[in-house]
Design a protein around this ligand. Structure first.
Ligand code: C2E
Ligand code: MG
Ligand code: MG
Ligand code: MG
Length: 291
């Protein structure tokens, strides 16, 4: 049986591999064109105060609307952008789009909240990042406090001394900082203490297991430990990927005050965020969860 399976695997493996390489290449070519064709845009997902539903800030999430393929997930094209250097074009574009949106909302009399922008490793360690960010924010006449940057734990750990220097610089300029996908990247506590961020975002994989019969115990312990860490180090804790009322109640019970997830709102285009910002609050009955 093993032999047959092995042969079968082999037979399907080669074409699949070729198809993947071809697909990667196609994606890369199309992504290069996406910039000129204005196919990249931002969606925004609210972060809310769990107890009240008050919108505290937004996370900007890039979207690629390809004419034939529709919306391509950033989990597919960000790694390609990182591998090909296109991230050095994508990052500044995302920041410009976010800054422009804040300005537009303000011009329209919409009460704005800070917007968090993701920085991947390829951007973080790029020469001149702080200067580029500073001049973009100045171009749009924004206050640095209106922006936040999210860096994944693993990106920060890749070169911790350099990360501390770069992030301290951004912090001194007045930007808020958060560590994204926390709990998956093996940051030691002493390193964590050196990073000048204000918030930690609990990786959504832990939230996904809250309420799961087999896996609840371990993830619940991790979430509680991270919330405790936040209290000790005086950091805000944001729970990512909150989808159910049970998860929301678990967080409330254990002292986590801020969350982001489909239960409250999906990432939405700017025109759908606008009325939410005007209202200031999201409904807490989960009616919005279907997006
Ligand atoms: P992330 O920064 O950790 O963003 C959170 C992801 O979780 C987003 O996926 C969001 O749509 C999704 N999400 C939010 N709430 C829920 C929920 O309740 N359940 C589930 N299952 N998922 C939820 P998205 O938009 O597909 O982005 C994926 C990743 O791509 C991001 O993870 C981030 O690492 C990267 N990314 C997205 N936009 C940008 C960007 O502008 N620049 C950079 N460098 N990376 C980006
Ligand atoms: Mg993020
Ligand atoms: Mg995350
Ligand atoms: Mg992530």
């Amino acid at each position: 049986i093993a032999k047959t399976e092995g042969r079968r695997l082999y037979r399907f493996y080669t074409p699949t591999l070729n198809r993947e390489i071809l697909e990667q290449f196609q994606l890369e070519q199309a992504l290069r064109q996406a910039f000129e064709r204005n196919e990249l845009l931002l969606h925004y997902q609210p972060r809310v105060e769990i107890a009240t539903g008050r919108i505290l800030s937004l996370e900007a999430l890039v979207r690629w609307n390809h004419p034939d393929w529709g919306l391509v997930s950033p989990t597919r094209f960000i790694p390609i952008a990182e591998a090909t250097g296109l991230i050095l074009q994508l990052g500044p574009l995302v920041l410009r789009l976010a800054c422009r949106q804040i300005r537009q909302w303000r011009a329209a009399g919409v009460p704005t909240v800070p917007v968090a922008v993701n920085l991947s490793a390829g951007e973080l360690y790029q020469e001149g990042l702080a200067q580029q960010i500073g001049s973009c924010v100045a171009d749009f006449q924004l206050d640095p406090a209106e922006l936040e940057f999210e860096i994944t734990e693993s990106a920060a750990m890749r070169s911790i001394d350099q990360a501390v220097a770069i992030l301290s610089n951004l912090r001194d300029m007045g930007f808020a900082l958060s560590i994204d996908d926390f709990g998956t990247g093996y940051a030691s506590l002493s390193y964590l203490n050196r990073l000048p961020m204000q918030s930690i975002k609990i990786d959504q994989s832990f939230l996904a297991e809250i309420g799961n019969i087999e896996r609840h115990r371990q993830s619940a312990a991790i979430v509680k430990a991270i919330v405790g860490l936040g209290a000790t180090l005086d950091l805000h804790i944001i729970a990512e990927g909150v989808e159910t009322q049970a998860q929301r109640h678990f967080l409330l019970e254990h002292g986590c005050q801020v969350a982001q997830g489909y239960l409250f709102a999906r990432p939405l285009p700017a025109d759908r965020i606008e009325p939410l910002l005007r209202a200031g609050y999201l409904p807490l009955d989960g009616a919005d969860a279907s997006g």
